[in-house]
Write a protein that binds this ligand. Structure first.
Ligand SMILES: Nc1nc2c(ncn2[C@@H]2O[C@H](COP(=O)(O)OP(=O)(O)OP(=O)(O)O)[C@@H](O)[C@H]2O)c(=O)[nH]1
Length: 384
């Protein structure tokens, strides 16, 4: 379940002696301590061969290899984790080389919006438009429900049927089970795999549930929100948060009887934008309307998306943002990992409830309770 433990734990600061908190009840129990120190160099010839084959397949843009590569990065098996590390290293080197040599930059687009806004229809229409222009596109779905329920809401539905048959499109539903770092870590790594396979435009779609949309905003270059023309209170509440994070708001279903409503929405959202601090110094967020049924507005929308991408490349903001995102994610994963190890540690676990109660009832300050728990975890730690 916790891929991160085997692959990354040795990067954890020395002061937190993770090896000492091993327990049979811990999700890390499956890993032998020595596995933490293994590196891809220790893979045997056969295992390395699998990685070589996948990598060659990626370079040939083979969709089956791409799917297998992503599955490998989602695996929690210790040996597969090592293989995934090797493959990711090769993939990253390849992407870096391509960027430097060709000066061509991939485009990562996040798409969010309330259920029923028409995200799959929109992606199918925009995707088909792009593949008809010779683009290769990938769609990665992020479904937060899959982390908690073990199932995937979106995976159950047959979505984007036509696009999935298109040879220039790759669609990957949400991972069916979460591991440490949640769906976000797999998605970050899936993006690299897609780019290595030559899918220059990658869409990351999320159902608009709470935190997930903000997480997606932190792994893409452009964040787009799709909304239906008539919004209830829920949409009003979302408005501010959405606007603060998005580069583009798209009012969908601007067709038939809904044209007037879509126009009104466009106007309303455009006026609210005037009161918000723009997300980027180089881009003024826009509100556009499209119909995913009739394709009206789709070419214009893509033109604006490209304008955004070019502006970000030209000003250097694209690279700065990506660098920042990678730093943030690294620390997110470390924090999540350490928190998980901490909470699962038997010396800590049995005291958490008691300490929480003490704090709630005012018998102890939060700082005192935290110190007691931390000392149980790392007895010789120096607390500031
Ligand atoms: N009139 C009109 N209907 C649309 C348009 N786009 C989508 N729809 C309809 O809206 C409904 C929801 O579309 P989906 O694409 O399934 O929406 P979604 O946002 O992916 O929905 P979830 O999977 O629930 O998140 C479907 O009945 C679509 O046919 C559009 O541009 N115009």
């Amino acid at each position: 379940m916790f891929k991160f433990s085997f692959c990354e734990a040795r990067k954890i600061p020395k002061g937190l002696n993770i090896l000492r908190c091993w327990s049979s009840s811990s999700p890390y129990a499956a890993a032998k301590p020595h596995q933490l120190h293994q590196s891809p160099q220790e893979l045997n010839a056969q295992e390395k061969n699998v990685v070589e084959k996948l990598f060659s397949g990626l370079l040939l843009s083979n969709r089956a290899c791409l799917a297998q590569s992503i599955t490998l990065t989602e695996s929690t098996h210790p040996r597969k984790c090592l293989q995934a590390r090797l493959l990711l290293r090769k993939a990253l080197q390849h992407c870096k080389k391509c960027q430097e040599e060709n000066k061509s930059y991939n485009f990562r687009i996040g798409l969010s919006g309330p259920p029923g806004a028409g995200k799959s229809t929109f992606l199918e229409t925009l995707g088909k438009y792009l593949t008809s222009q010779g683009e290769k596109i990938a769609v990665l779905a992020v479904d937060p429900s899959s982390t908690t329920s073990g199932g995937s809401l979106m995976g159950d539905k047959t979505r984007m049927q036509e696009l999935s048959r298109d040879m220039n499109a790759f669609i990957r539903p949400s991972p069916s089970s979460g591991h440490l770092g949640g769906v976000t870590r797999s998605t970050n790594e899936a993006i690299i795999m897609c780019e290595t396979a030559g899918y220059r435009t990658v869409f990351v779609e999320t159902v608009g549930v709470g935190q997930s949309e903000y997480e997606v905003a932190d792994m893409v270059d452009m964040f787009v929100v799709l909304i239906p023309p008539a919004g209830g209170d829920e949409l009003q509440g979302l408005k501010r948060g959405i606007m603060e994070h998005s580069h583009l708001v798209v009012v969908n279903k601007a067709d038939g009887d809904l044209v007037q409503a879509a126009l009104r929405m466009q106007y309303e959202y455009t006026s609210s934008l005037k009161f918000m601090r723009p997300i980027s110094p180089n881009w003024k967020p826009k509100v556009m309307k499209v119909s995913s049924l009739t394709s009206e507005g789709i070419p214009e929308l893509w033109a604006v998306m490209q304008e955004f991408h070019q502006t970000m490349v030209k000003t250097g903001e694209l690279f700065e943002t990506r660098r920042k995102q990678q730093r943030v994610w690294m620390w997110n994963y470390i924090t999540q990992h350490i928190m998980q190890v901490f909470r699962e540690d038997p010396r800590v676990k049995s005291h958490i409830q008691e300490m929480e109660k003490n704090v709630e009832e005012g018998l102890m300050t939060a700082g005192q309770a935290a110190e007691i728990l931390l000392r149980r975890f790392v007895p010789d730690t120096v607390l500031s």
